[in-house]
Design a protein around this ligand. Sequence first.
Ligand code: APR
Length: 275
Amino acid sequence: MLPVTTALEALRRARRIAVFTGAGMSAESGIPTFRDRMTGLWAQTDPMEVATPQAFRADPQWVWDWHVHVAAAVTLARPNPGHRAIAALATGGRRVDVITQNIDGLHQAAGSGGVVELHGNLFRLKPFIDEEAAFAAAEAPVICGVCDGYAAWDDCDPYATREDFAELRLAPGPVPRCPGCGALLRPDVVWFNEMLDPAVLDAAMAAVDACDVLLCIGSSLEVEPAASLPWRALRRGVPVLEINPQPTALSAQALSLRGRAAEILPELLASIAGR
Ligand code: APR
């Protein structure tokens, strides 16, 4: 394990810090982690069954309603002292790149800017692109000028605008459709069995490649490709500090601070503030 003094000194001196977060970051804001999913918010339905393109194709309304149910709980959550400590870290010429697997928007609510959302954001919408149908179609799809999806032409409105689309929100009721082409809309999150947006993954790798120190907070590191990001930093010889009440595969190679993010982060960052 990385010695405490070495890690803290590296953090104190860092000009550019990458902060990589998972569900544990928001646990103290009241959002249960994924691997605790048999309790609380996730108890009724296994996300691995409902948060997939296959499930949406089979029953869009069920998948939409489940996301509305999750969003109702997430909307009540507020940033915790850990989120706020990370936002406060970006002072005095220090650059902080937050890379999160969370879809709850709490880093932004705490004041962090330019957050890289690897798995999207629950409160943004995008068109559902049925890759299987597109591959099977005889003709190449036309891209809709309003939603940027494959135009469905179910309900074409030539006067619809991108602003009309941008106003649509995740809310109870029927699954919304693109105001321009009628394509079904879905939350802009990465479901199981889906690839990450390559541009977003590139942004995350660029931040990791440029950092002097990486903080890894509240992730089980079980889901790729996100889980590889801390190792990418380690391969460059960059010090990695991990905050998690449980050990992970990374713990042996990081400075492993065993405890909860909302408690440890304010203390840790206060300890380096007076540098
Ligand atoms: N502070 C810090 N860490 C915590 C806390 C806390 N208060 N509470 C729990 N943890 C840790 C757990 O010990 C665990 O290691 O947070 C981690 C949560 O792990 P997961 O639930 O697997 O969450 P995450 O790593 O973000 O999952 C990755 O999997 O389900 C998919 O797409 C989903 O983004 C998610 C991805």
